[in-house]
Design a binder for this molecule. Structure first.
Ligand code: ATP
Length: 231
């Protein structure tokens, strides 16, 4: 469902990605770990078409990012570390607005049902985003992804700044996305969450994918040990 082939990125003389080969199957949740500057965001930005690879290509559902950046956008949803929405609009209004931009027109009960699927409490649906917590904004972000029926979700640092309850709720939503056959790539520093939610773990170091393993093989402590040895 998501594949990169010899993906290479140079910023002037600096090589940020070195022949990255990544393959994530439908329904897999891939946690990409690595120190600051390892190349995680660069990878996500290339997949999103926000920056161009110097060489190599990425494919979403066998469609080339290089050749069809617009087509790719229909399959992808991006949930950044801070989900930017309109603070003066309610949860329902934000979801309605962004669904329409993606070409979907839902009625109010359908919008509410999408928000409920993410676990956002009904009482919050009609409240303005200005009063939402980070975890609640993230749920609206995931509802937008569900509204456009994105097959692949790219998440950047999804649990950073979430309290343990919000993290547990987020973990449950991501599991559900995988069970629905959606594919998730998440860049994270949260080893505990990676072990608990991901099906596969990758560790990047200086632009290279140096480990690519099924998460079942590890406890959080073992992964932390491997991570520290690797980087
Ligand atoms: P973090 O965990 O801090 O988000 P990351 O793994 O996402 O880090 P990237 O943001 O992909 O890392 O950065 C990879 C490398 O490329 C870093 O050394 C960074 O300084 C460099 N870099 C990123 N964007 C640019 C740019 N626009 N111009 C020059 N160098 C850049």
């Amino acid at each position: 469902m998501l594949k990169t082939i010899n993906l290479h990125k140079k910023y002037n003389d600096f090589t940020a990605l070195k022949s990255l080969n990544l393959e994530i199957q439908e329904g897999e949740i891939f946690a990409l770990l690595g120190q600051n500057g390892a190349g995680k965001s660069t990878t996500i930005n290339i997949l999103l078409g926000l920056i161009k690879a110097t060489s190599g290509d990425a494919f979403i559902n066998n469609i080339s990012v290089k050749e069809h950046p617009e087509k790719i956008k229909k399959h992808l949803a991006y949930i950044p570390e801070t989900v930017l929405l309109y603070p003066n609009l309610t949860g329902i209004e934000n979801l309605d607005f962004f669904s329409k931009i993606a070409g979907f027109n839902y009625d109010k009960s359908e919008l509410s049902a999408l928000l409920k699927r993410t676990g956002l409490q009904e009482i919050a649906h009609e409240k303005t985003l200005g009063g939402y917590s980070k975890g609640m904004r993230q749920k609206v972000g995931i509802a937008i992804a569900l509204a456009k029926d994105a097959k692949v979700l790219l998440l950047d640092e999804p649990t950073s700044g979430l309290d343990p309850i919000a993290t547990a709720e987020f973990t449950e939503i991501v599991r559900q996305l995988g069970n629905e056959g959606r594919t998730v790539l998440m860049a994270t520093h949260d080893i505990f969450n990676a072990v608990s939610v991901a099906t596969n773990i990758g560790i990047m170091k200086q632009g290279e994918l140096v480990q690519n393993l099924p998460s079942k093989a590890f406890s959080a402590e073992e992964l932390q040990e491997l991570y520290l040895k690797t980087i």
